[in-house]
Write a protein that binds this ligand. Structure first.
Ligand code: ATP
Ligand code: MG
Length: 283
């Protein structure tokens, strides 16, 4: 009898303490691209805005009957993360043309995650919350992508601690570049403090989003891009061009691949997937 080896997933956190920097858009669209490559992917919605859940079909994650969310798992030890996992959808839940996306799964977010910091403050081993929740299920996936909220609080520290890799998403400029230094410091601090519990995440990519596509839009952006490239060299991933298809695909609750398959931004996320070393699984 042969014993099936357990998968060792790549666990990737999409971070930046600056809000609106493309974390959720990138987590969802990278996830969809990797699922399309044939990898089994889990997107973890760790943000109380629930944007990843929304874009993967679930507009009202807290209102689904008999369905747990990440917040239930965080606050009730008897709830397993597997109970909060749902198939990712292209289109709104219950919509007439909505389809299940092959290979792509979602840990449902919750608007109640706005209370997560408060809850975690008094919890035992609070920084380990997500690592512990992921432990029993991580062998079921090839890739786990964590969509973090836009801060560096306990939810994000838990995500960094649970991760192998960190991708920082930024709309480049001096403010954003300075913010990257803080993310790097936080990653180092987590490793120093929690190394004996397995913290080992590395910053593996800086993802520039919302790249202007015309010269007139681009002067300030070009300066910002140059600064990021000088500071981060090879870590800078292929950028995501500015595209109206991105907010439109969000409004339609579909990843770009299912909304604008041949579009520029869709192609950019394919380049990011390749830039992170992912290939299509040959059948
Ligand atoms: N390449 C792009 N072109 C056009 N709009 C974009 C692009 N990338 C992101 N956006 C838009 O920018 C906004 C912020 O993106 P997103 O929600 O992914 O950021 P976020 O970092 O997850 O934000 P938050 O910190 O609030 O969770 C969204 O309205 C999104 O549609
Ligand atoms: Mg977000």
């Amino acid at each position: 009898m042969t014993v099936q080896a357990e998968r060792v997933p790549r666990i990737i956190s999409m971070t930046n303490q600056v809000g609106g920097s493309g974390k959720s858009t990138s987590g969802v669209n990278l996830g969809a691209q990797l699922a399309e490559f044939g990898w089994k992917v889990l997107v973890v919605d760790g943000d109380d805005q629930c944007d990843a859940s929304y874009q993967l079909g679930y507009a009202f994650p807290d209102q689904l009957e008999d369905q747990k969310t990440i917040y239930d798992c965080l606050t009730d030890k008897s709830v397993k993360l597997s109970e909060a996992i749902v198939p990712a959808l292209a289109g709104p839940l219950g919509g007439p043309d909505t389809k299940v996306i092959d290979n792509l799964y979602l840990v449902l977010g919750s608007h109640e995650m706005e209370n997560a910091e408060q809850h975690l403050t008094t919890a035992m081993a609070r920084e380990l919350w997500l690592k512990n929740l992921l432990a029993p299920i991580k062998g079921d996936y090839d890739v786990i992508i964590i969509d973090c909220p836009g801060n560096l609080g306990l939810v994000v520290i838990g995500a960094i601690l649970a991760s192998d890799e960190i991708v920082a998403c930024i709309k480049p400029g001096l403010k954003e570049l300075r913010g990257l230094t803080r993310i790097e410091q936080k990653i180092e601090l987590v490793k120093e403090t929690w190394g004996e519990y397995g913290a080992h995440a590395e910053l593996v990519g800086v993802l520039l989003v919302d790249v202007p596509t015309t010269r007139s839009q681009g002067a300030v952006w070009d300066d910002g891009k140059k600064m990021v490239e000088e500071a981060y060299g090879d870590l800078v991933l292929p950028g995501i061009r500015r595209s109206t298809k991105i907010p439109e695909s969000y409004a339609h609750q579909k990843p770009l691949l299912y909304f604008d398959r041949a579009g520029e931004a869709t192609a950019d996320y394919l380049s990011v997937a390749k830039g992170l070393g992912f290939k299509r699984i040959s059948k």
